[in-house]
Design a protein around this ligand. Sequence first.
Ligand code: GTP
Ligand code: MN
Ligand code: MN
Length: 606
Amino acid sequence: MSTISTQGTTHHTELAGWVEEVAARTRPDRVVWVTGTDEESAEINALLVEGGTFVQLAEDKKPNSFYCASDPDDVARVEDRTYICSVEEKDAGHTNNWMDPAQMKATLEPLFDGCMTGRTMYVIPFVMGHLEADQPMFGVEITDSAYVVASMRIMARIGTPVLAKMEELQADYVKGLHSVGAPLADGQADVPWPCNDTKYIVHFPEERAIWSYGSGYGGNALLGKKCYALRIASAMAHDEGWMAEHMLILKLTNPEGVVHYIAAAFPSACGKTNLAMLETTLPGWKAETVGDDIAWMRFGDDGQLYAVNPEFGLFGVAPGTGYGTNPNAMHTIERGNSIFTNVARTDDGDIWWEGMTDDKPEHLTSWKGKDWTPADGEAGTPSSHPNSRFCTPIEQLPTLAQEYYEPNGVPISAILFGGRRKTTVPLVTEARDWQHGTFFGATLSSETTAAATGAVGVVRRDPMAMLPFIGYNAGDYLGHWLDMGKQHDESKMPKIYLVNWFRRDADGGFAWPGFGENTRVLKWVVDRLEGTVGADETPIGLTPRAGDLDVEGLDLTDEQLAAALAVDEQEWRDELPLIREWFDKFGDALPQQLEDELQTLTQRLA
Ligand code: GTP
Ligand code: MN
Ligand code: MN
């Protein structure tokens, strides 16, 4: 029999009751209330090192930083194990897995029974967004994973100050219950990365609750992030008239000193973190970061849409992040205090991954713990998992905008939608209006990446880059987007753009250099917002006129530029049946305005 000892407690009566109830079911050896202090963090990291989960990196390379390898079968979000358990099936419709909530609980309760035996149950009070916001958005994650505690401390504002505020307000909060699903029998040794072959990532949108079982991977286990800030929050936003989106937030200042805040939705591993930390390549242009993954957007009293980044850290895709492509991310991790999961280790106590530096180290220990040399890379075995991640405090980011600290956010001038498309989608297209822009988002498509389990490189529709994150009926979600435009003064709504950094030229290479050079696309967008450039009318929308896109000094052939910018009408005619097929999934739930947009596009291409 294990005994429960409680260190700390709470005056939040309802929370105290819930913690007791969970402990009674999961039967941990002890309960720890997470305070968030440096001392506590040091203790937890030491515990993870001792247990073999963490390897501390050399202090002179990455201070206070840790390497971690997951179980090789627990490396990404598991979309086929992710459920939206709304009371009515129709409220999860079209794109989500659904199960009746009572039936789901009956399935999960036996799994949670005794699942924390032999482990510590941590209670993590957290707030997404600012504690000083008009309505602070509280959550509590109960977890049996110390790795989750260490990561949550980086990704969200956690601990005693949050709990104190919750107690003061006796506040409502999102209940997040997480277990790796690996109880320990008396005397049984632990493994470095406990998890379970059975995985469930379950959301109860009406109850504002999350039950996550069997996985330790960030997107499945750090419940403040995708589960709360996107899935549950999108359902709240639908009820309350705001928006929770998978978007970066960028502050852009032009040479005249005019500031625009731009939000952008790209599917996972399609360039949000990169664009959010852009190094501009045009003189006089300055880019700063407000957020790199999630934007919560509400209307201000002035009728403009304001966005906040609800997170406190960066959970970025490691491979491809390097001094050439994203130096600001590199400077952020150099400051330490970071966790690196499923990357490779150098012989001198540092980490490395594909694309970090042009030169490959001569010897590494791969994410699977094996010796690795560049010859292995050439033979097709990368040193790091393609979805390996860095987890690092956003306050270490050299380009962090002061406005990150604005509790009510920044006014958004433009929204970009983008994905990975080898063909068809040109570098940049402006929507004619909000409804047309919503059509851009609703039909957004991308080739799949390693950020979720499953095949890579298959074109799928990913509405607003939210396919895996819409916490309710996807038809209602698209309707909500249209409503946001209809209910507000359209002249104050952000302008919407479709972008594609990933189009290929005749030789199969990227037609557009991307990364820092995306400044040139942003410049065109800002010039459009400022009304200083015109645009060509095409069947798909408004595109840059020849000469308006600033390509001065760019090493780009005319053919490559043409390949990047072209609106190929035949490719678009080929796209129509794919959009039709996608829309047909929604049946009657597809908003008529989107049907109208498809008709318009079809006619314009005829
Ligand atoms: P999540 O954090 O999973 O939501 O993804 P993300 O959208 O933040 O993706 P991220 O910025 O980490 O992009 C990862 C991949 O996109 C890397 O392989 C980059 O090399 C690639 N990438 C980003 N920007 C560009 C670009 O402008 N051009 C090209 N060709 N690749 C890019
Ligand atoms: Mn993401
Ligand atoms: Mn990212």
